[in-house]
Design a protein. Structure first.
Ligand SMILES: Cc1cc2nc3c(=O)[nH]c(=O)nc-3n(C[C@H](O)[C@H](O)[C@H](O)COP(=O)(O)O)c2cc1C
Length: 405
């Protein structure tokens, strides 16, 4: 675990497998997430990828030699002290054998023995190697020792074209596992419910009324809350996003279904959540009737009868009898900055929320970043343009502070 505000340092150790090229992508993902990455290659790994590639991606010298005369001290001890996480990806069968024996005859194995930080091992090898009794024995020894965490391998096609268990887990999975070790679990014990995405209101079996929400903001909040240790339920309208790790997801379609899912999750007394964050763009209206068969085209003009949907945020605000759960709404508008804040404050009062995140439709929908302002009864705090995951952390910081107040 890394102290809040500190940049995590991750030692990325690469061994001699064809999958070594995928370590470059792992390095890129870790850097993108804000980590400092120290690359380390075994002698065999250098036959598969150049240390220059890893140095270039990470901005750090790639370490290859325990006996480096230019380093005044014990390199493996130094890295062991600096690395918050050690990731070995790909990990060869030979490396697993050396780890299981507790050998320390190169920089990587010496580091693995020396570190007190979490060690993540991502094996990659031919399925026949992975299922060999010697490898099975080494893996079970390492699991019994409890000093390393295995990520993968997966089943699939390996370099030779054969199919089976032994393919390295995806770079995304390995990077996520490494980053999870660096999280401060400051939201552990908190129950957070997030609504996300659009709702779509069906006209007939093939047509619907919808909106442009992609769900990215709500999914980012759910992802960050879970990564920080909260227990998270995500009620999602139709979106094409994958479920963040350790998040319970309930998929819904229309506003009425979203309302049912939210109340089932929150409980009638709203006593099953500490924070509710309503990012979903719930349709204000739905068709008065939904046809069971496809509506046919005619030459005549057509008008639709729409009925108002319930206001899900206002219903929760009105039902709240105590300061819990802390209620966060979102206001997407198309007005000027001042206008958006004024509209957000109006929404805050009318819907009895603790805070409303005000943003412009053009700055928000479908984007990976957002320009938002946190509006409370007394304050307006502009965040500037931030990646949605970073904005998610800021919103969670404010909401969690309110829970603890
Ligand atoms: C082309 C080639 C591909 C290899 N791929 C793998 C592999 O995917 N997994 C593995 O365990 N060993 C693989 N090996 C064998 C390792 O490179 C060899 O066992 C080496 O000694 C491992 O050294 P290291 O663990 O110190 O990096 C491969 C060897 C070659 C020549």
């Amino acid at each position: 675990m890394v102290s809040p505000g500190k940049t995590p340092t991750i030692a990325l150790c690469v061994t001699g497998s064809i999958a070594a090229y995928k370590a470059v992508e792992i390095a890129r993902l870790l850097k993108k997430a804000g980590a400092r990455v120290i690359p380390l290659l075994t002698e065999s790994a250098q036959k598969f990828i150049g240390s220059v590639t890893l140095s270039g991606i990470t901005g750090e010298a790639a370490l290859t030699n325990m006996w480096d005369p230019s380093f005044p001290g014990e390199l493996h001890v130094d890295i062991a002290k600096r690395a918050d996480v050690v990731v070995i990806a790909p990990a060869t069968a030979d490396l697993l054998a050396r780890l299981a024996q507790g050998r320390a005859d190169d920089l990587l194995t010496a580091l693995a023995l020396c570190t007190q930080s979490p060690v993540i091992v991502a094996p990659a090898m031919h399925p026949s190697m992975w299922s060999h009794p010697a490898v099975v024995r080494n893996v079970s020894t390492l699991k019994a020792d409890g000093r390393v965490t295995f990520v993968g391998p997966d089943s699939g096609e390996v370099a030779s074209g054969d199919v089976g268990m032994g393919r390295m887990a995806s770079p995304e999975t390995i990077a996520a596992a490494a980053l999870a070790c660096t999280e401060t679990l400051d939201l552990k014990g908190m129950r957070i419910v997030v609504s996300a995405g659009p709702t779509v209101e069906d006209l007939d079996p093939v047509r619907f009324i919808g909106n442009r929400s992609t769900g990215k903001m709500g999914f980012a909040i759910a992802e960050r809350a879970a990564a920080r240790g909260a227990s998270v339920t995500l009620v999602a309208g139709p979106v094409s996003l994958s479920t963040p790790r350790n998040v319970t997801r309930i998929d819904v379609r229309g506003a009425l279904a979203m309302r049912d899912a939210l109340w089932q999750t929150l409980g009638e007394q709203l006593d099953r959540a500490d924070i509710v964050i309503m990012t979903a763009a719930v349709a204000d209206y739905r068709p008065a009737t939904t046809s069971n068969t496809k509506l046919k085209r005619t030459a005549a003009p057509m008008s639709l009868d729409l009925v108002p949907n319930p206001d899900l945020l206002a219903e929760i605000g009105a039902a709240r009898k105590t300061p819990r759960p802390v209620l966060v709404g979102f206001a997407v508008e198309t007005d000027s900055d001042d206008g958006v804040v004024a509209l957000a404050r109006g929404k805050l009062q009318k819907k009895r929320c603790d805070m409303v995140i005000a943003n412009h439709a053009a700055d928000s929908f479908g984007r990976d970043d957002n320009r938002a302002t946190l509006v409370t009864a007394t304050d307006a705090h502009p965040f500037g343009v931030l990646p949605k995951t970073v904005l998610a952390d800021k919103i969670l910081d404010h909401a969690a502070a309110k829970v603890r107040a």
